[in-house]
Design a protein around this ligand. Structure first.
Ligand code: PGA
Length: 247
C-alpha cells in the first residue's frame, strides 16, 4: 500500500472542500485505487467538517500536529490528540520540521506520539536533516538519532508511518538523487527494524514532490509513499502526481 498525503499547512477555508471533492472523484474512478491511500491534513479549523463529509469516501483526514498532553489542559490555544480524534480525524503528523523549528524537542515529540497513539490516531512521524548536516555528511546519524530518541518498541508499529523530509528540500524544488534516496530510505528501514523487532513501518518521502518529478520515484521501490505540501493545494497537481506515479 502506498500513501499520498497532502499537507495543506496554513491553507484552506470551508469552500476549499471543492479541491478534495475533485480528488475524491478521481480516486473513486481510478483503476489503481486499491494500491494507495489518500490522506489530507488541513488546518485544525477544517478537520471536523471535512472528516464528517469524507467519512464514507476515499479520502482520510488528519491533523498537522497535536499538543503533547492527553485530553484537556490549561495550555492556551493547544489542541490535543483526544480533541482531534473526537472530530473524526484518523491521522496526525508529528515532528514536521516547521514544528521542530518552533521548539518541538525529542521529549515533547515522544509525548506527542504516545498520546496520539493512546487516542487512536495513526502517527505520521516526520524526520529529516538540514543543509548543514547534509553538507557535513551527518544525514544518516541525524536520522538515526531522530528515530531512536522518539520511537520505541512499545509503540504499535502498525499505527506508525515515518516520513523522511530533508529540510533543505521542503518548498525549495531541490531533491535528493535517486541513489541518495535509496540509501537513506534503506538506512531508515534498517533502524526501524531494530526498534520494532524486524518489521519496519512504511517510510514516505516528502520535500518538493510534484507532478513532474514524481516519475523519478517510481524506481525507488523502498519508498512507500509521499508527503506533499505545496502541490497538494491544487487538485490538478495532486491528481497528476498519483496518475503519473502509476502510469
Ligand atoms: P513541499 O512540503 O512539498 O511544499 O516541499 C512538504 C512538507 O513540508 O510536508
Amino acid at each position: 500500500m502506498k500513501y499520498f498525503i497532502g499537507n495543506w499547512k496554513m491553507f484552506g477555508v470551508p469552500k476549499s472542500i471543492n479541491i478534495l471533492n475533485k480528488i475524491n472523484l478521481f480516486v473513486s474512478k481510478d483503476l489503481n485505487r486499491s494500491k494507495y491511500q489518500v490522506i489530507i491534513t488541513p488546518p485544525y479549523t477544517l478537520i471536523q467538517n471535512y472528516a464528517k463529509y469524507f467519512k464514507k469516501k476515499k479520502i482520510s483526514i488528519g491533523s498537522q500536529n497535536c499538543y503533547q498532553k492527553d485530553q484537556f489542559s490549561s495550555n492556551t490555544a493547544a489542541i490535543s490528540s483526544y480533541m482531534i480524534k473526537s472530530v473524526g480525524a484518523k491521522y496526525t503528523l508529528i515532528g514536521h520540521s516547521d514544528n521542530r523549528a518552533e521548539g518541538d524537542n525529542e521529549t515533547i515529540l515522544r509525548d506527542k506520539v504516545r498520546f496520539a497513539l493512546k487516542n487512536n490516531l495513526k502517527v505520521v512521524f516526520c524526520i529529516g536533516e538540514n543543509k548543514k548536516e547534509k553538507r557535513e555528511k551527518k544525514t544518516l546519524s541525524v536520522l538515526k538519532k531522530q528515530l531512536v530518541n522518539v520511537l520505541n518498541k512499545k509503540f504499535n508499529k502498525r499505527k506508525i508511518i515515518v516520513a523522511y523530509e530533508p529540510i533543505w528540500s521542503i518548498g525549495t524544488g531541490e531533491l535528493p538523487t535517486v541513489s541518495e534516496l535509496k540509501k537513506t530510505t534503506s538506512h531508515i528501514k534498517k533502524i526501524l527494524k531494530i526498534i520494532f523487532n524486524q518489521k519496519s513501518p512504511p517510510v514516505l518521502y516528502g520535500g518538493s514532490v510534484d507532478e513532474s518529478n514524481i516519475e523519478m520515484f517510481k524506481e525507488i521501490g523502498e519508498i512507500d509513499g509521499f508527503l506533499i505540501g505545496g502541490a497538494s493545494k491544487s487538485y490538478k497537481k495532486f491528481i497528476d502526481i498519483i496518475r503519473n506515479y502509476y502510469r
